[in-house]
Design a protein around this ligand. Structure first.
Ligand code: TXA
Ligand code: MG
Length: 329
């Protein structure tokens, strides 16, 4: 379905009123749609966890209208954070800093740190300005499932759980923000995302650590996350066709992420997604592709990882988590 027209001024005003009244607003950002509440209203924040089915120990991101508001939300702003905010905000970068008193512990999952970002989307920025405060917003999906990149995804996933959905078209980045911890000696990446490691390193002038595929996890980053209903199996690119055929013959309804170099290959599968050649198009389409294969009735998705450079790092991270072990429930 095509995205509807974007939110108009009266929608923004209404959404701001909903936030003031303690309600939940789904808002478009450049990365994915968020499920927003007034960051300073613990009851509203608690409802986010309830609607998402997310454990309350998982911290949320506080969205603010401009970098010059950062000091209102955190205890102190180290020099590196200042630099990063100046260069990348508004944009797909989240900074983890020491929590300011204004931020309730409900929003940080009990942590003494808080994640903050300025989203680069006209509708999100208009809402933040009209509302005037901070908006805590996780991705607007049920806990563990694929993040929404259109307003229709949000409605399909959360339905009546949301009081108001702001339209903003398809999210142009398509994967979540890069989360950088700036509370330590040197900044480190907690979650790769829309701002690349290379861009961070170019600005900071030194290497920036990223979590290893199997390494330590930050709260709220479980092995299985960003997962469609279908099971995701990752193989080497030259094994994709054989793996798909084998699984299809074994009775699975197979969906295939077909890389560009195999675009013309004959595939034995129920459904095929042509992986775009550019990483930015791939990131923009990724969650939609996973949803599409679910909708086409696939129970198994065969894919391979892109090279982990640029946006490829975030795409590979999401695919690994989509393929991660699941609870038996
Ligand atoms: O692009 C995005 O970041 C989107 C849009 C809506 O802004 N939001 C998003 O939120 O992805 P969510 O809740 O799905 O993921 C936020 C992640 C959490 O899973 C958690 O790992 C991390 O941010 N996080 C939040 N606060 C943190 C903190 N104080 N320390 C470490 N990690 C934190
Ligand atoms: Mg999420």
């Amino acid at each position: 379905m095509r995205a509807k027209a974007k939110a108009v001024a009266s929608d923004i005003e209404q959404a701001a009123r909903v936030l003031r009244a303690g309600g939940l607003v789904a808002l478009p950002t450049e990365t994915v749609y968020g499920l927003g509440a007034n960051a300073e209203d613990p009851a509203a924040v608690a409802r986010i966890f309830q609607v998402k089915g997310r454990p309350p120990s998982h911290p949320l991101i506080v969205h603010i209208a401009a970098a010059d508001q950062l000091d209102d939300w955190v205890e102190e702003v180290p020099q590196a954070a200042r630099l990063l905010a100046e260069r990348f905000w508004p944009g797909p970068l989240t900074l983890v800093l020491r929590r300011g008193r204004r931020v309730p512990l409900e929003a940080t999952g009990g942590l003494e740190t808080v994640a903050v970002r300025v989203p680069d989307h006209p509708v999100a920025l208009a809402l933040l300005s009209a509302f005037g405060g901070g908006v805590t917003a996780p991705s607007a999906n049920r806990f563990g499932s694929v993040s929404p990149t259109t307003a229709d995804h949000v409605r399909a996933e959360l339905g009546d759980g949301v009081d108001f959905v702001l339209e903003g078209g398809s999210c142009p980045v398509g994967v979540e923000s890069t989360i950088v911890d700036v509370t330590g000696e040197t900044p480190s990446i907690l979650r790769p995302g829309g701002v690349t490691r290379e861009d961070l390193e170019a600005l900071l002038g030194h290497p920036v650590a990223v979590p290893s595929a199997s390494g330590v996890r930050v709260p709220g980053q479980h092995p299985s996350h960003y997962a469609p209903r279908a099971r995701v199996v990752l193989v080497e690119p030259d094994e994709i066709l054989a793996e798909a055929e084998l699984a299809q013959e074994a009775g699975h309804q197979v969906g295939v992420f077909l890389p560009p170099h195999l675009a013309d290959a004959a595939v034995k599968a129920r459904a095929v997604v042509a992986v775009p050649g550019s990483l930015s198009s791939y990131a923009r389409g990724l969650y939609g592709f996973l949803r599409e294969l679910d909708q086409q009735g696939c129970d198994l998705i065969v894919a391979s990882l892109p090279a982990e450079e640029g946006l490829g790092l975030a795409i590979a991270n999401r695919l690994r988590r989509a393929a991660g072990p699941r609870s038996s429930a």
